[in-house]
Design a protein around this ligand. Structure first.
Ligand code: COA
Length: 254
């Protein structure tokens, strides 16, 4: 079965991360499939809303580390950056359902969603520094803007995780429910959106995002240049190798 499932019904296109054996970590092929799906959803008049969901035990473990080592995304055309451009410029409403770990891009992609429903087991983290990397998805801009600098510094500089209650308090998510109910709630809210006049939805989202579009695009590009470079540097190599070898990284010489 495919690692990304896509299903459209009643104006709602649901994209499901489906690589449970690797905790829904994302490969280049999965980013490409997600980018393709979002581009199709953008152009398909039958799609009014997109839902992004994982499994009730895990949303996503972030980038697949082995895949990153093998094929680091070094150009702007890399699937991961294509996906980030597609999600950050997506004009129709985006609803997410998040349960369990949401690591790295598993959290930063949420900064581009409109409504987010979380299981009470949701655990968000952006451990880029711990991996010898820097933020992506314009999270260096959007996390401080949404959470405030002090809170963003704990999550981005220290790489500390935060749980669903904190995400609710900080304004990242809309509601917390038992994990088994999160996907159903996201569908219910998406169906409500799909029943509304499309032009009003599009115009309202456009107006809500108007002040930040250019800033987001510029920051994502700047981040992606640094991220691509840092991926091939010693700190990231040490972090990724340590993960594969199931040991703690040693940054003492770096
Ligand atoms: N890339 C590649 N493989 C990954 C992965 C990732 N990001 N995350 C998990 N996996 C693999 C594990 O290596 C393990 O493989 P194995 O069965 O061959 O040992 C399998 O998926 C199950 O993961 P495991 O760590 O045993 O599950 P867990 O429930 O104990 O922990 C996480 C789940 C998500 C908390 C943990 O896997 C994790 O921290 N992953 C790395 C997250 C990360 O740093 N991502 C990069 C962000 S930029």
């Amino acid at each position: 079965m495919s690692d990304i499932l896509s299903h459209t019904e009643g104006g709602v296109c649901t994209l499901t991360l489906n690589r449970l054996q690797r905790k829904n970590s994302l490969t280049a092929a999965m980013y490409a499939a997600l980018a393709d799906a979002l581009e199709q959803a953008r152009d398909d008049a039958a799609v009014r809303v997109v839902v992004l969901q994982g499994h009730e035990t895990v949303f996503s473990a972030g980038n697949d580390i082995g895949d990153f080592l093998a094929t680091p995304p070094t150009s702007q055309d890399a699937p991961v950056f294509r996906f980030l451009r597609a999600i950050s410029t997506f004009a129709k409403p985006l609803v997410a359902s998040v349960c369990g770990p949401a690591v790295g891009i598993g959290t930063t992609l949420l900064l581009h969603c409109d409504l987010i429903y979380a299981g009470d087991n949701a655990a968000f983290s952006m451990p880029f520094v711990n991996l010898g990397l820097c933020p992506e998805a314009a999270s260096s801009l959007l996390a401080p803007r949404l959470f405030g600098h002090a809170r963003a510094a704990e999550t981005l500089l220290l790489g500390e995780p935060f749980m669903a209650e904190t995400a609710l308090e900080w304004g990242l998510i809309n509601r917390i429910v038992p994990p088994a109910q999160a996907n159903a709630l996201a569908q219910q809210q998406a169906r409500k959106l799909a029943a509304k006049p499309m032009a009003s939805l599009l115009e309202t989202k456009r107006l809500m995002k108007q002040g930040s579009g250019a800033d987001v695009a510029q920051r994502m590009q700047e981040e992606s240049l640094s991220f691509g470079r840092m991926l091939t540097e010693p700190a990231a190599k040490e972090a990724f190798t340590a993960f594969m070898q199931k040991r703690l990284p040693d940054f003492s010489q770096l």
